[in-house]
Design a protein around this ligand. Structure first.
Ligand SMILES: Cc1cc2nc3c(=O)[nH]c(=O)nc-3n(C[C@H](O)[C@H](O)[C@H](O)COP(=O)(O)OP(=O)(O)OC[C@H]3O[C@@H](n4cnc5c(N)ncnc54)[C@H](O)[C@@H]3O)c2cc1C
Length: 385
């Protein structure tokens, strides 16, 4: 495994760092306070080519590697996890399902516009009664002539109320279990399809999260995304890509906390000395550094495997599980080291502290990661029915 970044990877890393400092850092607090979706940032990210990294050139992309995408996600995570999430899912949960299962026509319709940041989308798997048990899908899709008719509710969907289209996981025949599951693309404005925003979230407040409702929503048969029976595998493939990005953003949050804490501990004085001169404070900083470097090695390993086209489910799960647990610890430490000042949104560590709880839940909960790893290690399935 080569730890040296290529010129191109460094260029994207620098570009993302500069973009995050110039465009995201100055507005992150306002976006968070007011639960504002960063509409203006999406086309700007598109102009800089940031959505193009993992997209094939025939759909307006640059055909680059996973490491580059991860490096960009880390930079955004180190400044604002919530905006980073909005950025990352434009590739992983919006373009990827279409690229994984779509027809040529579907790819041409959606992917170039996503790359340019002209549209946004969402992927809707979870429902009010369907969370970790993802295959228990209750939303139905019934074939009627040349149309599919969708009925059901989706909830906790990132981008629900701002998306121009939704990739929807639905059950076509309950008796077939997961073999009856299919995915569909539904455009905003389709009769019978509506959405609402979920407000007052603990964190990731600038990320749009919401519900989707389908009431006798009739879509053309050509809106089917891949074959019936493959819907769950399309969704899981894209969720794994999302986990990968979340792990990199977790690394970014830990780094953001460490950098903020170093600065604060060098400047803040108590007992006549910088608080960084106290051994107990140095211990906390040293522990954060060790966690940071371990997180970095895990995402580099996952990216290395993905870039080689080798199986990486295990390594991506390990990285997501570890890097978010570690980032939770780092945010808590950073808030403590900032004392009372870390208890308000005057310092970004307070936002990091709230935002990092979300990825303990989405992309598969921490328990789900443990169960996936347990199944791989023991060969015993403790998660399926
Ligand atoms: C901000 C945010 C954005 C999201 N974005 C999306 C999105 O874009 N698309 C989408 O489809 N979904 C999205 N989700 C939903 C997310 O994927 C689910 O919340 C997640 O899968 C967990 O489901 P649940 O919330 O229903 O929890 P549940 O599955 O009900 O779990 C509750 C608790 O029980 C535990 N648990 C459940 N089953 C087991 C088991 N077998 N063994 C041990 N413990 C278990 C869980 O680990 C958890 O701690 C998002 C969620 C949030 C919060």
């Amino acid at each position: 495994m080569d730890f040296d970044l290529t010129q191109e990877q460094k260029m994207f890393q620098d570009m993302a760092k500069e973009f995050a400092q110039r465009e995201i850092a100055p507005i992150a607090r306002d976006l968070d306070r007011n639960e504002k979706f960063p509409h203006d940032l999406i086309p700007k990210m598109g102009e800089q080519g940031l959505f193009a990294i993992k997209i094939p050139s025939e759909y307006g992309g640059m055909d680059l590697d996973w490491t580059t995408l991860g490096l960009v996600a880390e930079q955004f995570g180190s400044v604002d996890f919530s905006t980073g999430l909005t950025y990352y899912i434009q590739t992983s949960l919006e373009a990827m399902p279409i690229l994984t299962a779509g027809t040529e026509e579907q790819k041409k319709k959606y992917v170039p516009a996503l790359v340019q940041g002209k549209i946004t989308g969402c992927t809707a798997a979870v429902e009010p009664n369907v969370g970790s048990d993802a295959t228990a899908v209750e939303t139905t899709a019934v074939l009627d002539g040349d149309s599919w008719v969708l009925n059901g509710n989706k909830t906790w969907i990132t981008n629900a109320s701002v998306a121009d289209f939704a990739v929807v996981v639905a059950q076509t025949d309950k008796s077939k279990g997961h073999k009856g599951i299919a995915t569909f693309v539904v455009d905003k404005g389709t009769p019978g399809f509506s959405s609402t925003k979920i407000t007052n979230k603990l964190g990731c407040r600038s990320t749009d999260t919401g519900q989707l409702f389908f009431r006798d929503c009739r879509i053309p048969r050509s809106s089917q995304l891949g074959p019936v029976g493959k819907g769950m595998s399309t969704a899981l493939t894209c969720i794994e890509h999302t986990r990968f990005g979340i792990a990199w953003m977790g690394l970014g949050v830990t780094r953001g906390c460490l950098e903020a804490s170093i600065k604060y501990c060098q400047e803040r004085k108590q007992f006549g000395k910088p608080i960084g001169s106290f051994q107990l404070v140095q211990e906390r900083i040293a522990d954060m550094l060790v966690d940071l470097e371990a997180s970095r090695l895990l995402v580099y390993q996952a990216a290395h495997l993905k870039d080689k086209g080798l199986p990486s489910t295990r390594e991506v799960s390990i990285a997501k599980y570890h890097n978010i647990e570690v980032a939770v610890r780092a945010t808590k430490t950073a808030v403590e080291l900032h004392g009372a000042y870390g208890y308000t949104d005057d310092f970004p560590v307070e936002r990091f502290y709230r935002d990092i709880i979300g990825p303990l839940i989405f992309g598969g909960t921490a328990n789900v990661q443990r169960l996936l790893l347990g199944r791989m290690i023991l060969g015993i399935d403790a998660i399926s029915r």
